[in-house]
Design a protein around this ligand. Structure first.
Ligand code: ADP
Length: 366
């Protein structure tokens, strides 16, 4: 990812021809303010004001040309009206931090839910947390970024395909008062998801940017399981306000959770807490509790790592049945102790997201 230089970006942009002038946009002196940050690229294309409206294809072509460079994670080109006296202000590249917030206008904070490995209940927790936020009156979106194995259509009991009013931007699907977008709505369930990296990235970008999310207090992003390069790159693609790590109590999973922490540190995203799922077994017959795994491991580990322990969710057949039937426990059994736990964690996270937002200086990209 390192090693990308301004001259590489300019060389790529020399391939882009201004349709009216028949020459490349670099040669014409239209490109200004190239910015590079960890693989995120931003630049401005200066055009005469009256040509602006019809030059969207040129802007897109410029982004495409730079996206093709190796090591590039995201590209933002903006058209700016030429003003000889005042040079155009270049855009900030998309990356973590305040500038990137402009990526999804109207969305106040974005929370990633991650796990070290699959099958620990990450999606179950993501869905119930999202519904927990909604139970507190927040406007919530849920982006299923688990592109290889999307589970939100099933978990939220949503079928069908998203529509579009203008043929460009998709309407999100919704149920139980939250909006949702998932690859599962766009690709039939039996399609093998053998996606190449760049396709996954553009699918994620589209689900983020080309969906009419509207005003949201919080967008919950269900990341694919694992803490490898793919997840790291995805975490970098989304302007995250914070992350939650879901772990089971087994030691091995905890080792993975630690990797997750490191991953988010690398991309400068605060880890707001750890959730211990399948923490203990709640017997459906007698109501008794059994600590199948050495329960409490996540709490101890969180303390050791200086990360907040958000709470524990037991292994309970009711949680499995409800999430697999598309009626997550927070909406189907709102009076249960488990729903209470999820709402409590959502309240705590809403609090933490709010204060993270107050601390971050907000730079508005024009
Ligand atoms: P992941 O997203 O980590 O792969 P899922 O959320 O899809 O995991 O959960 C895997 C399976 O475990 C699902 O069938 C789900 O219903 C079940 N499950 C998750 N959490 C619990 C729990 N606390 N108690 C019982 N079953 C659970």
């Amino acid at each position: 990812m390192s090693g990308l230089r301004e001259q590489d970006v300019l060389a790529a942009l020399r391939q882009v021809i201004d349709p009216d002038k028949g020459k490349d946009i670099v040669g014409l002196g239209m490109v200004s303010g190239v910015q590079l940050r960890d693989g995120h690229v931003g630049f401005a294309i200066e055009v005469e004001a009256q040509r602006g409206p019809k030059l969207e294809p040129l802007r897109k072509a410029a982004e495409k040309a730079v996206e093709a460079l190796s090591g590039v994670l995201s590209v933002t080109a903006v058209l700016t009206a030429q003003k000889p006296s005042a040079p155009a202000r270049p855009p900030q590249p998309h990356a973590q931090g305040a500038g990137a917030k402009a990526l999804v206008p109207g969305v106040r904070s974005i929370l990633a839910v991650a796990s070290g490995k699959g099958g620990v209940g990450k999606s179950t927790v993501a869905a119930n947390l999202a519904l927990g936020f909604a139970a507190h009156g927040l406007k919530v979106g849920l982006l299923d970024a688990d592109i290889y194995g999307p589970s939100m259509p099933r978990m939220l009991g949503i079928a069908g395909r998203p529509g579009s009013r203008d043929g460009k931007v998709l309407q999100p699907m919704s149920n139980y008062g939250i909006k949702c977008m998932s690859m599962g709505f766009l690709v039939p369930e039996d399609t093998p998801m053998i996606w190449r990296g760049p396709m996954v990235m553009s699918a994620l970008q589209q689900m983020l940017r080309d969906v009419e999310w509207g005003e949201l207090d919080v967008m919950v992003v269900d990341l694919p399981p694992g803490t490898g390069d793919a997840q790291l790159t995805m975490a970098q693609q989304v302007p995250l306000s914070g992350a939650v790590i879901v772990s089971t109590p087994q030691d091995i999973a905890l080792l993975d959770a630690r990797k997750g922490l490191n991953m988010f540190r690398k991309v400068d995203v605060p880890v707001l807490g750890i959730v211990e799922n399948m923490s203990y077994f709640r017997c459906p017959h007698c109501g008794g509790r059994t600590d199948i795994f050495s329960h409490g491991g996540a709490r101890r580990e969180a303390e050791r790592l200086g990360v907040e322990f958000l709470g524990e969710v037991p292994l309970d057949i009711l949680i499995r049945e409800t999430s697999d039937e598309g009626r997550p426990i927070v909406v189907s059994h709102p009076d249960s102790e488990h729903a209470e736990v999820f709402r409590g964690m959502a309240a705590r996270l809403a609090d933490k997201l709010g204060s993270a937002r107050r601390q971050a200086p907000r730079i508005v990209v024009e």
